[in-house]
Design a protein around this ligand. Structure first.
Ligand code: GRF
Length: 198
């Protein structure tokens, strides 16, 4: 018997928000290269000198810088609507997501946090601060948390976590390296799964 598998088309327009280096943004975009269902329409940053803009140029994706005020007064939302964005990925984005975006994109904004939430989350817990706190607390493990975004930092519903071991001899940089490896491995796959279910 001939069995034809009908794959559900996703056809999603995606925006990435990033404040820093953008290695996750690049990794995600590379993962979906050649996948016509997903269109990375733009990258938005709140920092004009963030390295993510260089990566965007290399990848041929438009990138923009907006101030905190632009996020809050709806300018960013306007652009996302103009570009018919369906889904938003925060990949190292440091501003709080404003109410107008949360309302326009319920359960359509995901973030990655470089620790096992609810531990080591909240205001001020970003980048190297997280890994320093993990080492200072003599944790035996750390990892990543991918979660939906709500009005509080790092408190939205958890979608996925993965763990790595923290050795007594590990420095914050060692932990960062292990956590980054988990981010690169799992963030694109988890995004793919979420998008296929939306
Ligand atoms: C990652 O560790 C991510 O978990 C956190 O910010 C970092 C961003 O790194 N939210 P990069 O800019 O993707 O290299």
């Amino acid at each position: 018997m001939l069995c034809i598998k009908i794959r559900k088309k996703m056809n999603k327009n995606v925006a990435i928000l990033a404040s820093g280096s953008g290695s996750n943004a690049e990794n995600i975009i590379q993962y979906f290269a050649g996948n016509d269902d997903i269109d990375f329409r733009l990258i938005v940053s709140n920092k004009f000198d963030a390295y993510v803009h260089e990566r965007a140029k290399k990848l041929g994706i438009p990138s923009y810088t907006f101030s905190r005020m632009d996020f809050e007064d709806g300018k960013v939302l306007e652009l996302l609507k103009e570009e018919q964005i369906d889904f938003i990925i925060l990949a190292g984005f440091l501003l709080k997501v404003p109410e107008n975006l949360l309302r326009a994109y319920p359960d359509k904004i995901v973030n990655i946090h470089p620790a096992l939430l609810p531990k080591f989350g909240g205001k001020g817990m970003y980048g190297s601060h997280v890994h320093e706190a993990v080492v200072a607390a003599k944790e035996k493990e750390s990892g990543i948390t991918i979660h939906y975004v709500n009005e509080n930092y790092d408190e939205g519903q958890i979608i996925f976590q993965a763990k790595c071991e923290v050795l007594p001899t590990d420095t914050p940089d060692d932990v960062a390296e292990k956590v980054h490896a988990l981010e690169y491995e799992f963030f694109p796959k988890v995004i793919e799964k979420i998008l296929s279910e939306q």
